[in-house]
Ligand binder design. Structure first.
Ligand SMILES: C[S@@+](CC[C@H](N)C(=O)[O-])C[C@H]1O[C@@H](n2cnc3c(N)ncnc32)[C@H](O)[C@@H]1O
Length: 323
């Protein structure tokens, strides 16, 4: 027998067939997952179990270290499902037509919830209609507007990862405690609940899919208005930051001045500089300035009174005669 040829695989049966887990992966693959758990030191002893069944169709598109679905599997919180395997619970899927609502509480509590672990960029490769033995449609649900808090898609609406999708579903049916238990296994997890707190409050008060859609519309309109408002305010602030807009206009005008206008403008600029060095007392009178400052005096109309330079007189030897 050739070396390695027909060699019985350690994860196969007597006929060399590999044992496959519910996700269709070989047990070698699942063993790798176990190894990763050991490697990452994921302690499963404190993991809180959620009292409903969780399922996942895993298409192995993602980096196992960053994949929330795989981590839930390593923690023993979710079970992999094979393509075509029936799942009677709620299927949270981008292929859904209705959105999750509190009306779905009974089905979740009785049969659980499942997600599709795959890449957002490769959704077109997923045989959604075959996943649940062709029975997916009825229980398939979209999630309403919510914002991701995970490290891959932080801040992006709608693109939640698997653990966020399941937690969202629980929060909408009023089981924020389950949502928190599930998310507590991720360092960033609780941020998802905080980030979407108001939305969960809003959605959990709705009754059915239509009312969730209405609440979502109202919310989207509200944030749209707020964004417009902020934009206007930012424009206003920009104007203030630009300072005296007359001066700005003056500067702009400078660029288009004819030769003749320039002299006039220069004069204005000089006035501006000179005025800066003038000090006034409480009554608005000009007060004496320090040596290097120019002292100006004004007439009743506010015009600067030109000071005539005092005539200096000298004696026969050229010495200054003091007055
Ligand atoms: C596309 S996968 C990406 C998973 C990611 N790799 C991870 O680490 O978890 C996310 C899955 O969560 C569910 N999901 C997330 N956001 C959703 C939404 N807005 N509507 C419906 N399902 C959603 C779906 O099952 C979807 O296939």
């Amino acid at each position: 027998m050739g070396k390695g040829k027909n060699k019985k695989r350690d994860d196969g049966d007597s006929k060399g067939r590999q044992h496959r887990g519910a996700n269709g992966h070989s047990s070698r693959h699942n063993h790798k997952n176990m190894e990763m758990r050991k490697h990452e030191n994921e302690d499963t002893s404190n993991v809180k179990k959620i009292p409903v069944k969780l399922g996942m169709w895993d298409f192995d598109h993602c980096d196992p270290k960053r994949c929330s679905g795989k981590k839930l599997e390593r923690l023993g919180l979710i079970k992999s499902l094979k393509i075509g395997q029936r799942f009677q619970g709620l299927i949270i899927s981008p292929n859904g037509k209705k959105v999750v609502s509190p009306e779905d509480a009974d089905i979740i509590k009785e049969f659980g919830a499942a997600v599709v672990e795959c890449s957002w960029a490769r959704l077109d490769e997923i045989p959604f209609s075959k996943l649940n033995g062709g029975n997916g449609g009825k229980n398939e649900r979209l999630l309403p507007y919510l914002v991701a808090a995970n490290q891959v898609n932080y801040g992006r609406p709608w693109k939640l990862n698997c653990v966020e999708a399941l937690a969202a579903c629980f929060a909408i049916i009023g089981r924020s405690d389950w949502a928190a238990d599930l998310l507590s296994n991720f360092s960033w997890g609780m941020n998802f609940l905080t980030l979407n707190e108001e939305l969960f409050e809003l959605y959990s008060q709705c009754t059915d899919s239509d009312s969730i859609q209405e609440a979502q519309e109202a919310w989207l309109n509200k944030i749209d208005e707020e964004a417009k408002e902020r934009k206007l305010q930012a424009q206003d602030n920009d104007i203030w930051l630009m300072g005296n807009t007359n001066r700005v206009n003056d500067n702009l005008r400078d660029l288009t001045l004819s030769d003749g206008d320039e002299d006039e403008e220069e004069e204005d600029a000089e006035d501006y500089l000179t005025e800066k060095s003038v000090k006034y007392d409480n009554l608005g009178n000009v007060i004496e300035s320090s040596e290097d400052e120019i002292t100006l005096r004004y007439d009743n109309l506010g015009n600067v009174i030109e000071e005539e330079e005092e005539e200096k007189r000298y004696d026969a030897l050229g010495n200054l005669i003091e007055n």
